[in-house]
Design a protein around this ligand. Sequence first.
Ligand code: SF4
Length: 323
Amino acid sequence: MTADILTVEGLRKFFTVKRGFPNPKTVTVRALDGVSFTVKQGEAFGLVGESGCGKSTAGRAVLRLIEPDAGTIRFAGQDVHALDQSGLQALRRKMQIVFQDPYASLNPKRLIGKTLAEPMQVHGLAKGKDLDQRVAGLLAEVGLPQEAARRYPHEFSGGQRQRIGIARALSVEPELVIADEPVSALDVSIQAQVLLLLRGLQEKRGLSYVFVSHDLGVVRWFCQAVAVMYLGRIVERGPLPRMFDEPLHPYTQALRGASPVPDPKAKVQMMRIEGEVPSAANPPSGCHFHPRCPHAMERCKAEYPAWKELGQGRGVACHLFDQ
Ligand code: SF4
């Protein structure tokens, strides 16, 4: 049986922001409202949902780039919040992030070779000739030429910059990578190349991923399991491709129906997802999806559905599955 590398339980993060003009009011945005999931060793676990559902916040809270208000995060059995400063630094080596826009996270005035060398120096992994060799090895591993080390970020295309971002994450030999919309800013043909690179690294290095994306087609191809998020909560979770072929929650059905994947076995009818995503600062009562749900009942307006485990890794939060 495959071990769990990451266990997240009851993760909560509320932000206080000012909204409105000309008389702004302070409102609470419920970015994460009790999010729980588990990632198995070597697995790519997808977090999927529309913009503002909390999926990126969840990924960043796992790394403690955002401090959650409540909940526990265990990495390889270790409570991330119980770590002191040196423990946290060691953990940061094992968990890395790849951003949607690598250009924003690359120092425009720093040579790529230095950008790749720095994390290894900070963590005391290599120096001198060994460091140079490791930089060369990373460039080769992500499919970039050796002379890339002597160039600056602006000299590369978007896809090449994403390869640099991946090489930088790999430089400290992580076990888990949070990939936050890693291909959504790229052209479709480049997306496929970067996804193939990430898949190859998963197999070669035994990497695990938390793969944050709004694109069901990409998640279905890349991930082995997925959680669908809506307004700060997970509404359905399960293994792929089965969960997208036979989605249970009306929101997953709507998302799936709005993102057709050419698959003759898929049993889902095309459908339109009605209405806008409500604000996480003022979520609808009861089940937050009820104003858009074609199956909404009276109780859906008053009562948030409890989470139900259905076996074989599947779970759902919807009153349709109360019996
Ligand atoms: Fe629809 Fe009700 Fe299920 Fe929410 S709980 S998804 S409103 S049927």
